[in-house]
Design a protein around this ligand. Structure first.
Ligand code: ARG
Length: 561
């Protein structure tokens, strides 16, 4: 509200060319408390006015007036604004009390659909850290989208097709042990797959065998098909255990193979648009004008590939969902692939090609280099999650052995730690894998936030807080920081979605909790004076924002722990 007031007044003073939206977008929050609550950088205006930012600030400041502003002060090239704390506090707490579960919600996505392509592990391979990143980032983005009014469709595009399955089938025929595979499918299948690559270095004829088995699979040879189905079902069963632990569900689980009989239509469409060229026996779409290497559509042996399937899947998704945005949450090593896909869709004249977005993320590194199944360098995610839950259990046994639903709470805390560890980093950065970091419960972690929530709940219980009893007029200095933070929640949510950046929420929650802990340390919240209700309302508001923020990240907040 105060930002809108400021933007409106400034744009009126400055004249038509300075829109309210433009001014609004430039409003800053000063780093230091003593510099005020909002600031406008006047050097953004100097090019037009041919005056120094200092002069502009001094001229404009006295003309900005509103009940919400207690002081408007030119400082350097900035106009600094101090807000009326009691008015803002009252407004904020009232808003939270009225909106409750709707606090932080937006409606700008109403009537629109976002399709998210997330997780997408490959069958017969372990669920990797990269797939974990895609899963938790994608899930958080989907929660954020919903919170902004969008319909969301979460699709798990399982990697269940491609020449590598020919290799796997060949490896199985050579070394596969049915019993072993039944008891531990992913690990055993990975083992023979790795072995295949090792042995193929000595014996190149293995590669031909792999190719033959892939051909059989393409021709729906019964044995190939049966084995492939078995590997697929067994893999999905293991993936589902992980999704259950993470508390994540999909609207659609649909593998690449689903598109096998739909790809010819895509190839025809490319032909109709005269986009296909022959290049050394393969069919490609040239992307020279775009400055990209050609997009391979059909290999010289006639088999279609990853790109063909993604093109087909995108067209199919648009037909089914008429999406406003299609987000692909996939590591940045696939950036070129998605650029190519987008351009080829553009060349097919699909106006929605521009709404296809690759939401890329950095790699999980191990000793500075990429983890890879082929080199056998993977850490099993299920083990990480189990370890996290075990540690949470040990913690509970030490601190609160009589807690109800210990199992549940341990899962919420352990899994929360792993999810938050990922989401607090800017998704674009690479992350060095460290089990220790992932499993700490102190410092900047989910358990720290969960604990802050639990403590707030207990204060509310002890204070006998009831939602309608609050008279939210809070005028103490210490509460101000917390109020301001709680007030910015809706804006942070909007930014986090628009910039596809869940770390904004994670960092925000850490700040709010820190602010609240300072408040808690300096004020006797449960003191029986006539501000008790207001303070409890603040505690309630804090707990609501923490819980909702964690929920947006896909993390549960236990009531006790
Ligand atoms: N299964 C692929 C991999 O593990 C990721 C698929 C991403 N989604 C897509 N539509 N291409 O690398």
């Amino acid at each position: 509200m105060e930002k809108h007031v400021l933007a409106l007044q400034l744009s009126q003073l400055l004249g038509e060319e300075f829109s309210r939206e433009w001014v609004y977008s430039l409003i800053e929050t000063p780093k230091q408390e003593k510099m005020g609550d909002m600031a406008f950088p006047c050097f953004k205006l100097s090019p037009t006015f041919r005056k120094s930012p200092q002069d502009l600030a001094s001229e404009l400041a006295p003309r900005l007036k509103h009940d919400l502003f207690t002081r408007v002060q030119p400082t350097g090239g900035y106009i600094n604004i101090f807000l009326n704390q009691s008015l803002i506090a009252e407004h904020t707490l009232k808003k939270i009390l009225t909106e409750q579960e709707d606090y932080g919600k937006h409606s700008f996505g109403e009537g629109k659909t976002v399709v998210l392509d997330l997780s997408a592990p490959n069958i017969a391979k372990p669920f990797s850290m990269g797939h974990l990143r895609s899963t938790v980032i994608g899930n958080a983005l989907s929660n954020l989208a919903e919170n902004c009014g969008y319909e969301t469709v979460k699709i798990n595009y399982i990697g269940d097709y491609g020449t590598q399955f020919g290799k796997l089938l060949a490896a199985y025929k050579k070394w596969g042990d049915e019993e072993l595979i039944r008891s531990n499918p992913l690990a055993e299948l990975t083992k023979i797959y790795v072995k295949f690559h090792e042995e193929a270095k000595q014996d190149p004829s293995l590669i031909d065998e792999g190719r033959d088995w892939f051909k059989k699979l393409e021709q729906q040879h019964p044995e190939a098909l049966k084995l492939w189905k078995w590997f697929k079902d067994a893999s999905l069963e293991e993936f589902n255990k992980i999704y259950q632990l993470l508390g994540i569900e999909f609207d659609l689980t649909r593998g690449e193979a689903y598109y096998n009989d739909k790809m010819e239509a895509t190839v025809d469409l490319l032909k109709e648009h005269s986009l296909l060229s022959n290049s050394e026996g393969a069919e490609v779409v040239h992307l020279d004008e775009e400055g990209l290497p050609p997009c391979l559509i059909k290999k010289s042996d006639g088999t279609t590939i990853y790109a063909t399937r993604d093109l087909t899947a995108a067209i199919d998704r648009y037909q089914n969902y008429t999406f406003d945005q299609a987000l692909y949450i996939v590591g940045h090593e696939q950036s070129l692939h998605f650029e190519q896909i987008k351009h080829v869709l553009g060349k097919l004249n699909f106006p929605w090609a521009q709404d296809v977005k690759h939401i890329s993320f950095g790699m999980m590194l191990q000793d500075g280099s990429k983890m890879s199944t082929r080199r056998g360098k993977t850490i099993l995610l299920e083990k990480v999650l189990e370890e996290a839950i075990d540690r949470a259990k040990v913690n509970i046994e030490e601190k609160n052995p009589s807690l109800e639903n210990k199992e549940d709470v341990a899962r919420q805390v352990g899994v929360g730690a792993v999810i938050f560890h990922d989401l607090k980093h800017d998704r674009r950065n690479d992350v060095e894998f460290s089990l220790e970091d992932m499993l700490t419960f102190e410092g900047k972690t989910a358990p720290y936030l969960q604990y802050a929530y639990v403590r707030a709940q207990s204060i509310l219980n002890r204070g006998g807080f009831e939602i309608n009893s609050g008279t939210p007029a809070l005028n103490d200095e210490q509460a101000w920081l917390v109020i301001k933070q709680l007030r910015s929640f809706p804006e942070i949510v909007e930014k986090a979605y628009k910039e596809y950046d869940p770390s904004k929420i994670a960092k925000y929650l850490l700040d709010v909790a820190k602010g609240f802990n300072q408040y808690y340390a300096s004020v006797k919240i449960l003191n029986e004076d006539n501000h008790l209700d207001s303070r409890l309302t603040l505690v309630y508001s804090f707990s609501l924002v923490i819980r909702k923020g964690l929920e947006l990240l896909g993390i549960e907040a236990p009531k006790r722990m």
